[in-house]
Design a protein around this ligand. Structure first.
Ligand SMILES: Nc1nc2c(ncn2[C@@H]2O[C@H](COP(=O)(O)OP(=O)(O)OP(=O)(O)O)[C@@H](O)[C@H]2O)c(=O)[nH]1
Ligand SMILES: [Mg+2]
Length: 213
């Protein structure tokens, strides 16, 4: 559906209190080798950095195995299907958000995107008002949609459950194309993603050189 440019949207307010936040942190970090949520960049863990970008959200849910992390101000939510991937994490997040606040929008965020900021989420939040929208996703400068740093409406919960029940595990299938708004024009720095130790080392070098993140 419609495509909106990020640049203009970013001048809007940064009030994220109407948005629910869900950090999905139940992964295995198999490519990283150790738990990447606890890896450090610029004096903070990757989990803390991702959480900071969503601090202004009205409800904050940490979808992870119980007791694995402590994150002040975040409510632990167990996976409904542990180890089944971020699509299952989204299912748990939408169910928990609905139980806490009723119908509304949820920001789904992985632990491994340490350069996200409130401005990123505000740009997506501003785009949610497009008629018929049930998901909002940013496009990176290469035009790739970012399902792990995206907004999903709680109305998607039954279809996410149906996908999982049918054996689907790809998160990108959660956003129906006809009901997905895409936001482009956001700065490339937002899209840094840590999968391997060398990804973190490259980011640390950029940080040392005075660049964001
Ligand atoms: N709640 C939940 N989150 C998950 C699950 N699997 C992956 N994630 C999270 O989804 C995000 C992106 O996942 P990946 O980059 O694939 O992370 P990962 O699975 O830990 O790493 P790899 O094993 O290297 O693929 C991270 O924040 C993960 O913690 C899961 O089963 N449940
Ligand atoms: Mg994975």
């Amino acid at each position: 559906m419609s495509r909106l440019r990020g640049a203009g949207l970013m001048s809007g307010g940064l009030d994220l209190s109407g948005l629910g936040a869900a950090l999905t942190a139940g992964g295995r970090s198999s490519r990283f080798g150790t738990d990447k949520a606890l890896a450090r960049l610029g004096g903070r863990t990757l989990l803390e950095r991702a959480a900071a970008s969503l601090e202004g959200c009205g409800v904050r849910l940490l979808v992870a195995p119980p007791g694995r992390y402590t994150l002040a101000g975040w409510e632990e939510v167990p996976d409904t299907r542990p180890g089944e991937g971020p699509l299952a994490g989204l299912e748990a997040a939408l169910a928990a958000a609905t139980a806490r606040r009723g119908a509304g929008w949820v920001a789904l965020c992985g632990v491994d995107q340490p350069a996200l900021t409130p401005a990123y989420w505000a740009a997506l939040w501003a785009a949610r008002t497009a008629p018929g929208a049930l998901a909002v996703q940013a496009l990176d400068p290469q035009g790739r949609a970012q399902p792990l740093a995206a907004l999903y409406h709680t109305a998607l919960r039954p279809s996410v459950t149906a996908l999982l029940d049918g054996g689907e595990r790809r998160l990108r299938r959660a956003a129906p194309p006809e009901a997905t708004v895409t936001v482009k024009g956001l700065p490339e720095t937002f899209f840094a993603n840590v999968n391997r130790p060398e990804d973190l080392a490259a980011l640390a070098r950029r940080l040392g050189a005075g660049e964001t993140p």
